[in-house]
Design a protein around this ligand. Structure first.
Ligand SMILES: *Cc1c(COP(=O)(O)O)cnc(C)c1O
Length: 378
C-alpha cells in the first residue's frame, strides 16, 4: 500500500514511518486477552527506560487520551490533603495546568514568569522559603507554544532541597531531548505517543516514582477516570488498563518504541538538532526572524515572527505549502503574530531543504518580498 508522506512541521502529531502506520493493521483482538497484556508490560518498562529510570523506583502508567489527560491526572491525583500546588507559569501549557487546578478548585500558587526568558530561580526559591504547605512544584519542560526550554534540573534541585515533589510536563521533549530522571531531579514526567516516540494519537503516559504513587492512595480522590493511583493499581494487579485501551494505537506505539531504541536516543536527538539547524538556516536565508533568543530555545520549535509585508498572509502561505505536503503551524504567543516550525517526527534535514524551496515559492506566489522585512520594533 502506498501512503502519501506528509511533512508535519506542527507541534505533534508528527510525521510517522510507514512501519508505524502499518503496525496498526492487526487482527481484531479483545484487549482483555493475555496476548494483549503481554504487549503492555514491556511497553511500560520501555517508557521508564527512555528517561533512564530503574523500574524498581520508577513506573509508568498509561492512559487513553491526548497529552492533556496526563496534566489533569498528575495535578489532581498527587496533591495531598491540606497542600497547595505550585506552578511555574511561563507559557500556554503551564497556563493550561493552572486552568486544570482552577477547574478542580485546588489551592495553588502561580509563579508568573516572562514567556520568552528563563525563569528567575531566586523568585522560585523565595516562594518555597515562604510557604511550608506546597505539595508539588509543576513546570513545563518545553513550552511548545514558544519553544522555550525550562531549566528543570535546577528547579528540581530546588524543589528537592525543600523536600517538595517535582512534576514536569515533558510531553514535547520526552524521547527527543535526552532526559534522566535522577540527574534531572524528576519525580514525575509525562508524554504522549504522538510526539517524541513518533507513534499515533490517543495514548499518553505518566512516568514517576512508585513510592509516591503508592503513598497517593491516601490522597483525596478528585476524579474517577483521571486518577493516577487507581490506574496504577489496576495495572499492577492485572497488567491492563482499567478501561478500554486504544488498541491499534498501542500496536503502533510498540513498533515506534522498537524504532526508537534501534535509532538510539543520542542519534535521534542529533537528528532533531540537524533538522532544527536546517530550519534556522532557511530562516536566515529568507531573513525571517524568531520571537525567542536562540539561547533559551529547546531546539525543537522555532517561533517565527510574521514579516512586515502588506502581502503577508499566513493562511495563504500555509495553504500553498499544505497542498504540496508540508504543514506549518500557527503560533501560540499572546499579542504577537508568529507561526511555528517544529523539528519533531520522522523527518530529516533533506525534508527541510525541500520545505524551504516550497516556502520560498509560496512567498513569491504571494508577492511577499524576499528577503522578508521587519519594522523597527521587531
Ligand atoms: C502537546 C502537548 C501537550 C498535550 O496536548 P494535547 O493537545 O492534549 O495532545 C501537553 N503539554 C505540552 C508541553 C505539549 O506540547
Amino acid at each position: 500500500m502506498e501512503i502519501k508522506r506528509n511533512i508535519l512541521l506542527n507541534a505533534g502529531p508528527s510525521t510517522t514511518t510507514d512501519t508505524v502506520k502499518m503496525a496498526q493493521v492487526v487482527p481484531d483482538i479483545c484487549p482483555r486477552e493475555k496476548e494483549f497484556q503481554e504487549i503492555m508490560k514491556p511497553m511500560r518498562d520501555d517508557l521508564v527506560r527512555i528517561v533512564h529510570g530503574d523500574t524498581k523506583d520508577y513506573t509508568s502508567v498509561l492512559f487513553c487520551g491526548s497529552g492533556t489527560i496526563c496534566i489533569d491526572v498528575v495535578l489532581n491525583s498527587l496533591l495531598a490533603e491540606g497542600k497547595k500546588a505550585c506552578v511555574i507559569s511561563n507559557g500556554a501549557y503551564s497556563q493550561r495546568a493552572v486552568e486544570v487546578l482552577k477547574y478542580y478548585g485546588l489551592p495553588h500558587i502561580e509563579i508568573k514568569q516572562p514567556i520568552d526568558k528563563l525563569p528567575d530561580l531566586t523568585v522560585i526559591e523565595n516562594v518555597l522559603k515562604e510557604s511550608d504547605d506546597i505539595g508539588y512544584i509543576y513546570v513545563t519542560h518545553h513550552e511548545t507554544g514558544t519553544g522555550l526550554l525550562n531549566p528543570i534540573r535546577d528547579i528540581g534541585e530546588l524543589a528537592h532541597r525543600f523536600g517538595i515533589m517535582m512534576i514536569t510536563d515533558t510531553t514535547s521533549s520526552y524521547a527527543m531531548i535526552p532526559i534522566d530522571v535522577y540527574r534531572d531531579n524528576i519525580d514525575f514526567c509525562m508524554a504522549s505517543a504522538q510526539k517524541g516516540i513518533m507513534g499515533m494519537t490517543g495514548l499518553s503516559y505518566i512516568i514517576g516514582k512508585r513510592s509516591i504513587i503508592e503513598e497517593s492512595a491516601n490522597y483525596p480522590k478528585r476524579s474517577y477516570y483521571c486518577n493516577l493511583y487507581m490506574q496504577f493499581e489496576y495495572f499492577e494487579k492485572t497488567g491492563e488498563m482499567h478501561f478500554t485501551p486504544p488498541v491499534q494505537t498501542i500496536y503502533a506505539a510498540r513498533q515506534a518504541l522498537k524504532e526508537y531504541f534501534s535509532e538510539g536516543a543520542e542519534e535521534k536527538w542529533a537528528r532533531h538538532q540537524r533538522v532544527m539547524k536546517a530550519i534556522h538556516d532557511g530562516e536566515a536565508k529568507l531573513g525571517l526572524r524568531e520571537a525567542l533568543d536562540i539561547s533559551v530555545q529547546s531546539g525543537l520549535v522555532s517561533s517565527v515572527c510574521y514579516p512586515d509585508d502588506p502581502n503577508w498572509d499566513f493562511d495563504k502561505v500555509h495553504d500553498y505549502c499544505y497542498e504540496r505536503g508540508f504543514t506549518i503551524y500557527p503560533g501560540k504567543i499572546d499579542g504577537r503574530d508568529t507561526f511555528r516550525l517544529c523539528a519533531l517526527g520522522a523527518i530529516d534535514e533533506s525534508d527541510i531543504i525541500e520545505f524551504w524551496k516550497v516556502f520560498e515559492d509560496a512567498l513569491k506566489a504571494n508577492n511577499i518580498m524576499i528577503p522578508t522585512s521587519y519594522g523597527e520594533d521587531n
